[in-house]
Design a protein around this ligand. Structure first.
Ligand SMILES: [Zn+2]
Length: 141
């Protein structure tokens, strides 16, 4: 029996929360082509957007992530420059906001599905075997 993929490892690799095999996103967050999210898991057929508008809740996760990044960036800027000018902070925080936007888009959705959606559970059965085509249709959550 093979060891199963750990939750954190699967999250960092942007895998499906149900099977931890299929990729949830297509493209690199910092690639030239824009990243996009698959509608269905290519491995187990799980529908990522559980219900219409489900990822509106990811905005709250994204807000939390960007607040943490901005506070850390602000403290670093203060430590490095000891500046009193608000414009130094405005410039640094704007850059940080834009640089982390693709990261936050991806990981806010992943964190929402992995940690804040109790009804989405990992099932090692899906990691071990490739389901049949007709099972994929029934598997919609
Ligand atoms: Zn899957």
């Amino acid at each position: 029996m093979e060891a199963h993929t750990s939750k954190v490892k699967a999250l960092v690799a942007s895998k499906c929360p149900k099977c931890r095999v299929g990729h949830m996103f297509v493209g690199n967050p910092y690639g030239i082509k824009r990243q996009r999210m698959n509608d269905l898991c290519p491995h187990c057929g799980f529908r990522f957007e559980i219900e219409p508008g489900y990822f509106y809740a990811a905005m709250y996760v994204s807000y939390g992530l960007s607040m943490a990044q901005l506070i850390i960036a602000g403290l670093f800027t203060y430590e490095l420059t000891k500046s009193d000018s608000p414009w130094v902070y405005v410039a640094v925080l704007l850059v940080v906001t834009f640089v982390f936007a693709p990261f936050n888009y991806r990981f806010s959705r992943l964190i929402l599905l992995y940690y804040l959606t109790p009804k989405v559970k990992y099932n090692p059965k899906y990691e071990d075997e490739l389901p049949r085509e007709d099972e994929i249709l029934k598997m919609d959550l």
